[in-house]
Design a protein around this ligand. Structure first.
Ligand SMILES: Nc1ncnc2c1ncn2[C@@H]1O[C@H](COP(=O)(O)OP(=O)(O)O)[C@@H](O)[C@H]1O
Ligand SMILES: [Mg+2]
Length: 311
């Protein structure tokens, strides 16, 4: 979907990007993470042409974006930022319809699409006639995501979209993004500085430092084998494995062996962190794994949790 090739950018003496090269595959949930000021937003904004690199090329869907019409490029890419940027004098419905309107879809098609998006993101239809100032922060951010998805782009860029939210809204919206990504196969490129968020959403993780890409890999690969001390420390030092347990599910580490005796029970879909916590609470080294109907489907052992965190 995206090829970034030897891209560098300097702002008035500050090198924001230093020879960045990376590929983002179709359907990836690609998360860029790194400390404040390392160049994450700059790199993201080169992808939709908001920032032109000094050197290097960027290809989106196989085409060098320097040769594309910037308006059309941006309309084809959803963009979500922390402060949302909803139009204050437009209703929620009009905000969601903004890009389809720009693209001159007919009225019926726009109305149908707004209905679809409202259902997809579980937006309360009572919000549609309201104005942005009549919404909570979490509701506003959800509408910002809806607006970015409205024209059905195959690529969405998100710059710290959930940083300003309370923990409950944040977890809810993370779950929505995971679901939308799984259902739509949209390619998502997201910037965050939150390690837990990055590990829990990414199919591929890229770690940046001082304008450079230091490491790219799956969350498990990066946590299991950090490229250097900086990466290991940034991901939480030895505790980075606990973040990873949040991401892995019981189903990924259980064996089909039938549980014996009165083992505590856990669901296949629970996280390995929840499983470890239950083992500690119950003083057990193995759990019975159950499906939704209460039948046992296997056993989860403590050593399998340890092994899974090194996959
Ligand atoms: N428009 C700009 N003018 C001058 N310096 C900038 C501009 N945008 C970013 N920078 C600088 O480039 C570096 C990277 O910024 P940014 O990409 O926003 O970092 P991040 O998103 O990782 O926090 C920082 O040192 C920042 O101060
Ligand atoms: Mg930033």
């Amino acid at each position: 979907m995206i090829q970034i090739d030897h891209v560098s950018k300097t702002f008035a003496g500050t090198q924001a990007l230093a020879d960045c090269t990376l590929t983002i595959d179709d359907g990836a949930f690609f998360v860029l993470i790194g400390p404040s000021g390392c160049g994450k937003s700059t790199l993201l904004r080169t992808i939709n042409g908001l920032i032109a690199p000094d050197t290097g090329t960027i290809r989106v869907r196989g085409k060098d974006i320097a040769t594309e019409d910037p308006e059309r490029l941006r309309q084809s890419i959803g963009y979500v930022i922390q402060s949302v940027g909803l139009f204050p004098h437009w209703t929620v419905a009009a905000n969601i319809a903004a890009v389809p309107q720009l693209m001159r879809w007919d009225k019926g098609k726009i109305a149908r699409r707004v209905d679809e998006i409202v259902a997809l993101l579980r937006i309360d239809p009572a919000l549609l006639p309201r104005y942005p100032h009549q919404l909570s922060g979490g509701q506003r951010q959800r509408i910002g995501v809806a607006r970015a998805l409205a024209a059905g782009p195959d690529l969405i860029l998100m710059d710290e979209p959930f940083s300003a939210l309370d923990p409950v809204s944040r977890v809810e919206l993370q779950a929505e993004m995971r679901r939308v990504h799984a259902e739509s196969k949209t390619t998502i490129v997201m910037v965050t500085h939150d390690v837990g968020e990055a590990l829990s959403l990414a199919t591929t993780l890229a770690i940046m430092r001082a304008g450079r890409i230091i490491q790219i890999g799956t969350p498990a690969a990066v946590v299991g084998a950090p490229a250097d001390d900086f990466v290991a420390q940034f991901l939480g030092g030895p505790e980075r494995f606990l973040h990873l347990l949040d991401v892995l599910s019981v189903g990924a580490a259980m064996s089909a062996e039938p549980p014996s005796g009165a083992m505590p029970r856990i669901a296949t879909s629970a996280s390995l962190r929840a499983a470890l916590s239950l083992m500690m609470a119950e003083g057990a080294q193995a759990l019975a794994v159950g499906d939704g109907d209460g039948a046992s489907v296997g056993t989860l052992r403590l050593d399998a949790i340890v092994a899974a965190s090194h996959a």
